[in-house]
Design a protein around this ligand. Structure first.
Ligand SMILES: NC(=O)c1ccc[n+]([C@@H]2O[C@H](COP(=O)([O-])OP(=O)(O)OC[C@H]3O[C@@H](n4cnc5c(N)ncnc54)[C@H](OP(=O)(O)O)[C@@H]3O)[C@@H](O)[C@H]2O)c1
Length: 325
């Protein structure tokens, strides 16, 4: 046990070994067991950004476990194609629904939440997977910086609006798909919409991925009483269309050791489907990778202050027009 801890820690600290396909290849020797084959039978799971990459792989993983999976995205044809690919891969009937929502657009999120809560009574899993790394600064339909709107505002509003159906499930799981890139930033709430600073996609991405892990903790604290667990995780480095498009140099160099989308999605699927114990509401609010909790900070400068957390919650509440306290 002790040795596996040390090896796991060393893989994580090395970054390249832990984040590449070597991470799950080694860690699966000791990580917690797979969920039961029918763990999600009769349960509904929403996966945002499910038209490809890790989102489609997460949807596939949840569908394999018997869940009714709602593939959410911006483009109907891409979602239908992803659903068809999942059906072919699984090779037996699976329950997939494709639904349109632009997560960066708060009106679209409200409309989608209305539609979903009108059609399901209980929601077991909500995976905030949608992600972007645009080449230049763009704004959402409501004029928010696009990366912040996609990674932080839309998921926060959706969590708030789906709270009732999550609570009704009795053991629901909300998963924020963050990134190991969040370690490169501390929580930074000054100029949160990046209006004054020199904008870079990598900076906006890493800053909002840090916000996601902090928000996951804050949501966990608020939803624990309702028996809704909230987790964040990072998928390692996975070979997806997003990585190939946004980071072609990285994709070329690290390509041979990148994880498959299935390997990258493994922890998100496991967090949604695993039984009890460390993944339930009583223990939630931690950051996971390869089925193990990871620290939110390795260095003192990475730790946020209570004031910073409060400012983040306040900024998000103001932008989404509701304080989901
Ligand atoms: N791949 C990795 O190595 C890696 C590492 C760390 C973290 N991550 C995180 O994992 C998640 C998935 O990444 P990926 O590599 O699979 O990326 P990807 O291939 O670019 O997929 C991103 C997905 O998000 C969707 N999306 C983007 N903006 C959206 C919006 N406004 N509303 C709804 N859907 C939207 C995209 O749909 P469209 O078809 O509409 O564009 C696409 O389905 C992201 O949050 C990313 O930050 C990935």
């Amino acid at each position: 046990m002790r040795i596996t801890h040390v090896v796991d820690w060393a893989l994580d600290k090395s970054v390249v070994l832990g984040y590449s396909r070597i991470g799950p290849l080694v860690r699966q020797a000791w990580w917690p067991p797979d969920p039961a084959p029918d763990a999600l039978a009769g349960r509904h799971v929403v996966v945002t950004g499910a038209s490809g990459g890790l989102g489609a792989a997460t949807a596939a993983g949840c569908a394999r476990l018997g869940g009714t999976v709602h593939l959410v995205g911006r483009t109907k044809s891409k979602l239908d194609e992803a659903a068809s690919g999942i059906r072919d891969d699984v090779g037996r009937p699976v329950d997939l629904v494709t639904e349109i929502c632009d997560i960066s657009d708060l009106d679209s999120v409200r409309a989608y939440a209305d539609e979903l809560t009108g059609s399901v009574d209980e929601l077991h899993g909500l995976v905030h997977n949608s992600g972007v790394l645009p080449p230049e600064r763009k704004e959402s339909a409501q004029g928010h910086e696009l990366v912040y709107a996609t990674h932080v505002l839309g998921p926060s509003l959706l969590t708030h609006l789906l709270r009732g159906v999550l609570v009704a499930d009795g053991d629901a799981r909300v998963v924020w798909v963050s990134s190991g890139g969040m370690y490169t930033r501390q929580l930074d709430t000054d100029d949160i919409e990046a209006k004054e600073r020199e904008w870079s996609g990598a900076d906006a991405y890493a800053r909002t991925k840090r916000m996601q892990v902090v928000l996951a903790q804050m949501w966990a604290d608020r939803l624990r009483i309702d028996n809704v667990a909230v987790h964040s995780m990072h998928p390692g480095w996975s070979d997806t269309p997003g990585i190939a498009d946004a980071l072609p140099g990285f994709h070329k160099v690290i390509g041979p050791v990148l994880r498959s989308s299935e390997e990258g999605a493994d922890t998100a699927v496991w967090l949604v489907a695993a039984p009890g114990g460390s993944v339930t509401a009583g223990a939630s609010g931690v950051f996971w990778s390869d089925r193990r909790p990871r620290p939110l900070a390795y260095a003192p400068w990475q730790k946020e202050t209570p004031g910073g957390r409060a400012r983040l919650w306040e900024a998000v509440s103001e932008a989404i027009g509701v304080d989901p306290a």
